[in-house]
Design a protein around this ligand. Structure first.
Ligand code: HEC
Ligand code: HEC
Length: 324
């Protein structure tokens, strides 16, 4: 337990502060509406919750996400739960924080396919949004902006944390809360070296490593066309480098890896053993580590579905979405 306490941190039960963005009640409520708001997409069909379903672990449980015009994106959707604790956002860390991140999907052609100005026009067309932005961003002349939208979504996402997993109860000193097998799994997770990359509060999400430090997985798991952080830094060293996946709630968020090619957690553990540690783990070891990973499921945030304002004659109409 002491060793684990030195490596991992429990998820706090209070909403964390975020940089340059006070998390106020007004902002959180507005951010929640925006998270569920399909009119942020040009088709009026796709919301953040479409791909980050808060009833399903904060992701879509698809291999890779499906967005505008049924376009299949290149990567698996990570969960938004506890994302506030990651060092940076996306599999390659290309967004510095959640407010920078939120602007991406709205504009991505394969996701929500919209433009910042069109989003502002849409939000301005509904009096309730105008009032709510004014209350969330008091004193601003023109509060309904794309930047403020991103800040409100970030504030809401800061509330999407999952405290009180059994593992966290253990870290807080409750020894009998884990079974002997789960503790053995934890011991293996630390001794084998998984925790070298998956530590801290999110058991990952803190550093970047080659996928295949010891042995590169096959193209079925690591497709050659996605070079990860190399696309962000253009440094050869960063070829096939990805952020170590945060493992909180991992039992809820299959399929696994940025390619979403692995559906079973056991198999993901086996792949990690070979690719990251250069070790073929025994079936027994894989079972024990997987059993431990199940203790990382925390209390899911209870989100009351927001009632969204009705469109007005000024609200732009949905754009036709042609299958691509
Ligand atoms: C069409 C599906 C889709 C939609 C819609 C979508 N996302 Fe995502 N989201 C993804 C995918 C796929 C990724 C990973 C992309 C990557 O790493 O390159 C992602 C990544 C993220 C991350 C990073 C999490 C992490 O651990 O790195 C956050 C946070 C997030 N999305 C929030 C949002 C918000 C907020 C919205 C609405 C404004 C949104 N997403 C809309 C599919 C979607
Ligand atoms: C050298 C660093 C490193 C080590 C050691 C390591 N991992 Fe990983 N892990 C990563 C990286 C990087 C990823 C993201 C891979 C990708 O691009 O999909 C990852 C992804 C994962 C995922 C999938 C996460 C998701 O959301 O899909 C699981 C599960 C996982 N690791 C478990 C383990 C286990 C269990 C061990 C020990 C047997 C381990 N890892 C050892 C770096 C590491």
């Amino acid at each position: 337990m002491e060793e684990a306490q030195g490596m991992f941190e429990p998820i706090p039960s209070v909403v964390p502060a975020v940089k340059d963005n006070a998390v106020t009640h007004e902002k959180v409520e507005l951010g929640k509406m925006l998270f569920f708001e399909p009119r942020l997409s040009s088709s009026h069909l796709i919301s953040c919750n479409t791909c980050h379903n808060l009833g399903m672990g904060g992701d879509d449980n698809l291999e890779t996400s499906i967005g505008h015009g049924w376009a299949k994106g290149p990567r698996n959707a990570p969960t938004v739960l506890n994302a506030v604790f990651n060092i940076a956002q996306f599999w390659d860390g290309r967004a510095e924080d959640l407010k920078a991140q939120a602007k991406g999907p709205i504009q991505a052609g394969v996701e929500m396919n919209n433009k910042p100005h069109a989003v502002e026009v849409t939000l301005n067309s509904m009096p309730e949004y105008r009032e709510r932005f004014a209350r969330a961003f008091p004193g601003e002349d023109k509060p309904v902006t794309f930047d403020n939208l991103a800040k409100a979504i970030e504030a809401f996402e800061a509330t999407l944390i999952t405290p009180a997993s059994r593992f966290d109860q253990y870290l807080e000193g409750n020894d009998p809360v884990l079974t002997a097998e789960e503790k053995e799994g934890l011991r293996l997770f630390m001794d084998k070296g998984c925790a070298g990359c998956h530590a801290g509060r999110n058991l990952g999400g803190e550093g970047y490593f080659p996928f295949g430090v010891m042995e590169k997985p096959g193209a079925d798991i690591l497709p050659p066309n996605d070079q990860g952080r190399f696309q962000v830094t253009q440094t050869a060293d960063d070829s096939y480098v990805f952020r170590a996946g945060p493992l909180r709630n991992i039992a809820l968020t299959a399929p696994y890896f940025h390619s979403g090619m692995v559906w079973e957690l056991r198999q993901a553990v086996a792949v990690m053993g070979e690719s990251q540690l250069g070790e073929k783990l025994s079936d027994k070891e894989i079972d024990l580590i997987t059993t431990f990973l199940h203790t990382l499921t925390g209390e899911q945030p209870r989100v009351e579905y927001p009632i969204l304002p009705v469109s007005t004659p000024e609200t732009p109409l949905p754009q036709e979405m042609v299958a691509q």
